[in-house]
Design a protein around this ligand. Structure first.
Ligand code: SD4
Length: 337
């Protein structure tokens, strides 16, 4: 089977769902690798500040780097960078315009973590575009780490966020089309980029991270993925580095993926080696059906060295470092397809 057919036909049998977001994106032509992009291995010496994000999100990394270059904090950079994608209605997997659950509700998951190990998260948040900023408010204004559902929504409104309908015409149309058959195995959409996960190191050498998503398209009502779960979708340790995940959240949660990547770096692995080992933990499980889903990790260590790795081809990250804002194709595990 050709790679593109594989992507289009693959479903997530474990969850009975497919990623409504992309396995392959990064380029405007689905499934084609842009020859101008770099590979993950770079010979250049790492420097800080650095911004790293999942997928092809140059506007977001530009915004984050602008903040860092002006002496701003890693935390501000990561929040402001992610907000660019949340507000982008064309991205059907993040914030406004995200694809809804099977009942037509857009529900968002997000988290944020700073250099002091503080963190905040929101899960199953409705009606608020900037979930990452609500997560930051949870971190800074409450004694809690995570708020869910209606409580999160009420908290956001009290904090001054304006409720709005996140279901855009385009996403509604996609949902209506899906409803014709309502198979809980929608075709994977390979044209959009994905969940945004972002990691930043500021001029002081402090590290922060954030992750924000509308999760799996047409998921069961109430489903929460890895993205808002500290340690799974995101982990930051200011002494070591940080990691963030994208792809089928259920598989990331089962291996506590981002925490694992950071712990592997603590043990001396490079970010690249750590991402590869974390993917191996998923594919090496007995009865792993990894042919049917994608997971990708990106990571950065304290020195500003970076890495990324995924199960299948066409995952990419955007890296802004050494004055270059570039899309980098990830190496991947499954070379058989
Ligand atoms: C989730 N990890 O909700 C997120 C979604 C995602 O590619 O990254 N999709 O499972």
């Amino acid at each position: 089977m050709k790679r593109r057919e594989f992507i289009k036909n693959t479903t997530l049998s474990s969850a009975g769902l497919a990623l409504g977001t992309s396995l392959a994106s990064c380029n405007n032509v689905p499934g084609e690798v842009d020859k101008n992009t770099s590979t993950a291995i770079s010979s250049e010496a790492p420097t800080i500040p650095v911004v790293l994000a999942t997928w092809h999100v140059e506007a977001a990394t530009t915004k984050a780097m602008e903040i860092l270059e002006n002496g701003g904090s890693a935390l501000d950079a990561v929040e402001q960078g992610c907000k660019i994608e949340e507000a982008n209605e064309k991205g059907q997997s993040v914030g406004k315009g995200g694809l809804p659950d099977r009942d037509g509700h857009v529900t968002l998951d997000a988290c944020i973590m700073d250099q002091n190990g503080n963190c905040g998260a929101v899960v199953y948040l409705k009606d608020i575009t900037h979930a990452v900023s609500v997560a930051r408010k949870v971190m800074e204004e409450t004694p809690h780490v995570m708020l869910a559902g209606e409580g999160a929504r009420q908290f956001a409104i009290e904090q001054g966020f304006k409720p709005e309908d996140l279901l855009t015409e385009a996403s509604k149309e996609a949902w209506n089309k899906w409803k014709v058959e309502a198979k809980y195995k929608p075709i994977i959409n390979i044209e959009n980029h994905d969940t945004i996960g972002m990691l930043t190191i500021d001029k002081q050498g402090n590290i922060s991270g954030a992750c924000t998503t509308s999760g799996l398209a047409y998921k069961m009502a109430g489903r929460v993925g890895d993205s808002p779960i500290i340690g799974s979708g995101l982990f930051v340790d200011n002494e070591i580095g940080a990691a963030v995940a994208t792809g089928l959240g259920e598989e990331v949660v089962k291996t506590v993926g981002s925490f694992l990547v950071v712990e592997l770096m603590r043990q001396g692995k490079t970010p690249q080696q750590a991402c590869e080992e974390a993917i191996r933990r998923i594919v090496d499980k007995p009865n792993s059906n990894y042919n049917n889903f994608q997971v990708g990790y990106i990571a950065v260590n304290k020195r500003g060295e970076t890495g990324c790795y995924s199960i299948h081809q066409y995952f990419s990250m955007t890296k802004f470092q050494n004055g270059k804002n570039e899309q980098i194709q990830s190496d991947f595990f499954n070379k058989e397809a």
